[in-house]
Ligand binder design. Structure first.
Ligand code: HAM
Length: 429
């Protein structure tokens, strides 16, 4: 149906409404995640949507795609450059430093909310999108990585998504190691310069590691033969990588080693990983994370070991919708009422019902009219029962029940339309 709203008031490209029909997927996902994350001792932190641009430049890196071309940046009235957050890690570290949260380590935090990146919108890629992130500070062993990966493997299990999501891991080492590697990578790619596309040639100048991320099918052979970072790793990084793999093996968590994971944010310093799903097309990353032991110091604190990850909720919801993993939450009952009854009496009964049955999912007809029209709406609501309140029922503290859907335990009841006292309604629910 054509939109009725004039163009000038329509929503901004890449900024989507999440409509009531989709919300059940979000709610189910959020409730499942919250329970799980709390059960591993993570505490919630709520972070602002807007930060000084310099924070992201320093944390994510000024020559990354995110900072170079994907931030929503503007000046406020005092000419300060501000940006809508493109991710949560930078703000989380900033908040911990500002409020001295690193005095007590380890510190395990989680956050959730909208992030903003000026990317070309497509399926699974929005300009306002939602992440849930977890960050663990003060644990230098790969136990922190392992625990976070376990939490999210459990989440995939709980959501029935384990078969659809694949874990890919790598270790990208400390910056010094990476720099030696980058030098060799540049010499390697320079040999194939004539074959590289425009984007890769640009990356060769500003961020050669990102060439490894290229999806260009014509370049896959060249990328496959490129030097591998794992061959340059320092012993500590190798140990940490081996220990993570051992933990995953022992816990029977399946993974693929992918030497081409380099991550698009500069702060990573060791084990990194991504969860991908082939059901999502081009935007296949469902979540990603890794170790970033230098970031706290870079932002002005004493060194603190750190590991974290974020999952993209929009993409998980897309998977849940594709697989229809959740049943619609049905209304239990729809209450219709005789027009001869004062509306306030109707509300007295309804509130009595709500107090007696706090878990009853009950919608009350507010439009009135004939019983026939009210029954039509009751039917359309999807409720299992219609509760009918006439003058007689009201005077006796009773309610009449009509089964609207097949499937009640006693088929005779469908025809019967029993009348019960309000206190005994539970017997028919
Ligand atoms: P990231 O890989 O940039 O990492 O984003 C994490 C996830 O956010 C992605 O895997 C994807 O599911 C989702 N995502 C990213 N951009 C979009 C978009 N435009 N539309 C929809 N979903 C998107 C980070 O943000 C790091 N802060 C993760 C982290 C936390 N590392 C350590 N701690």
């Amino acid at each position: 149906m054509a939109s009725l709203i004039p163009e000038e008031y329509r929503s901004i490209r890449g900024f989507q409404d999440i409509l009531p029909e989709e919300i059940r997927f979000w709610e189910e996902l959020e409730t499942t995640m919250y329970g799980l994350i709390y059960s591993y001792g993570y505490s919630q932190i709520r972070l602002p949507l807007l930060e000084k641009t310099g924070l992201f430049k320093r944390a994510i890196g000024s020559v990354t795609d995110i900072v170079e071309k994907e931030m929503f940046t503007f000046s406020d009235e005092k000419q300060r450059s501000l940006s809508l957050r493109p991710e949560g890690t930078a703000s989380c570290v900033r908040a911990c430093l500002e409020h001295s949260l690193f005095r007590k380590l380890p510190r395990k935090l989680w956050y959730q909310g909208p992030m903003f990146r000026y990317e070309a919108p497509q399926k699974g890629r929005n300009r306002q999108f939602y992440q849930l992130g977890v960050e663990c500070f003060g644990v230098s062993s790969s136990e922190a990585e392992l625990e976070q990966i376990i939490i999210f493997s459990k989440l995939w299990q709980k959501l029935n998504l384990s078969k659809q999501i694949c874990l890919e891991i790598n270790n990208i080492g400390m910056p010094a190691t990476r720099n030696c590697y980058i030098k060799d990578l540049i010499s390697y790619f320079n040999k194939y310069k004539e074959y590289l596309d425009r984007d890769c040639l640009r990356r060769l100048e500003v961020n050669p590691l990102r060439i490894l991320d290229s999806k260009n099918p014509d370049l896959q052979d060249i990328l496959q033969q490129a030097p591998k970072l794992i061959n340059y790793l320092e012993p500590a990084a190798l140990n940490s990588y081996e220990s993570l793999k051992l933990g995953l093996d022992r816990l029977n968590i399946k993974y693929i080693e992918n030497p081409r994971i380099v991550r698009g944010l500069d702060y990573y310093t060791g084990n990194v990983w991504e969860w991908t799903s082939s059901l999502l097309g081009a935007q296949s990353a469902v979540g990603a994370g890794g170790r970033y032991d230098s970031l706290v110091e870079q932002l002005g604190g004493d060194p603190v070991a750190a590991v974290g990850l974020a999952v993209g909720l929009d993409r998980i919801v897309l998977l849940l919708q594709q697989l229809s993993n959740f049943k619609t939450k049905q209304l239990d009952a729809y209450l219709i009422c005789s027009n001869n009854l004062a509306y306030i009496d109707k509300f007295l009964v309804v509130e009595q019902l709500r107090d007696l049955y706090p878990n009853l999912h009950l919608e009350v007809d507010l439009l009135g009219g004939t019983f026939k029209s009210q029954f039509k709406r009751a039917d359309r609501s999807g409720a299992k029962l219609a509760l009918i309140l006439g003058e007689e029922e009201f005077s006796q503290d009773k309610i009449r029940v009509k089964y609207l859907r097949a499937g009640c335990d006693d088929p005779n009841l469908e025809a019967l339309q029993p009348t019960v006292s309000i206190k005994e309604l539970f017997k028919l629910l």
